[in-house]
Design a protein around this ligand. Structure first.
Ligand code: DGL
Length: 269
């Protein structure tokens, strides 16, 4: 069945980091309804095998398809690098949008011939997907990437804007791999929460690229081009998590800029 305009947009991440993308989507497309899935039971994805992330992603896509989503946004770099190609095949009836391609296009357009840094989870960095795609666009961009595995769990636990986060961020950014870069890609949807701290490290002289608004824009253009923008004037959102804790719910206030009610949805039964 072809998707229709008034169906909701499905978004998923390993946890609540993808809410930064959901927030940007809500800003860009305020009338659209969103069904968000945070796989908090399996967080962090960044340390999981490709096969495990693929299995979780297929299961989540199933849930979002059953709930009638017209498009699925993989609001997670780790899942985008491990499971995008598979999901494209698996959920052929609808469009799958990942967070990597819109960023690569942005960099290709705005940072030609530059030395660009990237920080992300082990899964994202080890997959080499950004390197491959940036090479494909062939704009003379020299990519230097560094796995920063402590950052996503640190942020999920609410450690940012404090001395602990400051110390960890400083250690990572001082890595020789990132020396001499002219822009930095935040290749993890949790990192917009520490964007300001990162920018401060570079004395606000470094373009810090986060995918939230870039992906929201790509989604808008896709929906508009395919006549899939909703005609409704009111939106209704639903937030599902595979494991519920009160601290997750409280953290949504920071990630989504408003506290939302999380519903527990067990993935495997
Ligand atoms: N938000 C996920 C990403 O963009 C990472 C968090 C995790 O490792 O689960 O890669």
């Amino acid at each position: 069945m072809r998707p229709t305009p008034d169906q909701p947009i499905g978004i998923f991440d390993s946890g609540i980091g993808g809410l930064t993308v959901a927030h940007a989507i809500r800003q860009r497309l305020p009338n659209e309804s969103i069904i968000y899935f945070g796989d908090t039971a399996h967080l962090p994805y960044g340390d999981k095998s490709e096969a495990a992330i693929q299995a979780y992603s297929v299961r989540i896509a199933d849930v979002l398809l059953k709930k009638g989503c017209k498009v699925i946004v993989i609001a997670c770099n780790s899942a985008s690098s491990a499971a995008y190609e598979l999901l494209k095949e698996y959920a052929r009836q609808i469009k799958i949008i990942n967070v990597i391609d819109p960023m690569v296009h942005w960099v290709a357009e705005h940072h030609k011939q530059q030395r660009v840094g990237l920080i992300g989870t082990k899964r994202t960095v080890q997959s080499g997907v950004y390197h491959r795609k940036i090479e494909e666009v062939n704009q003379g961009i020299e990519l230097h990437s560094l796995a920063t595995p402590l950052l996503a769990p640190m942020i999920e636990e609410g450690f940012f804007d404090n001395t602990i986060s400051h110390e960890i961020i400083t250690r990572y950014l001082a890595d020789p791999e990132l020396e001499g870069i002219q822009a930095l890609i935040l290749a993890c949807t949790h990192y917009p929460l520490i964007k300001e701290e990162i920018s401060t490290y570079y004395r606000h002289q470094m373009p810090i690229l986060d995918s939230a608004t870039i992906v929201a824009d790509a989604l808008y253009h896709y929906l508009a081009a395919h006549f899939l923008l909703t005609r409704k004037t009111e939106s209704q959102h639903q937030f599902l998590v595979s494991d519920y804790t009160e601290s997750f719910e409280a953290a949504t206030r920071i990630f989504f800029r408003e506290q939302v009610h999380l519903e527990k949805y067990s993935l495997w039964n």
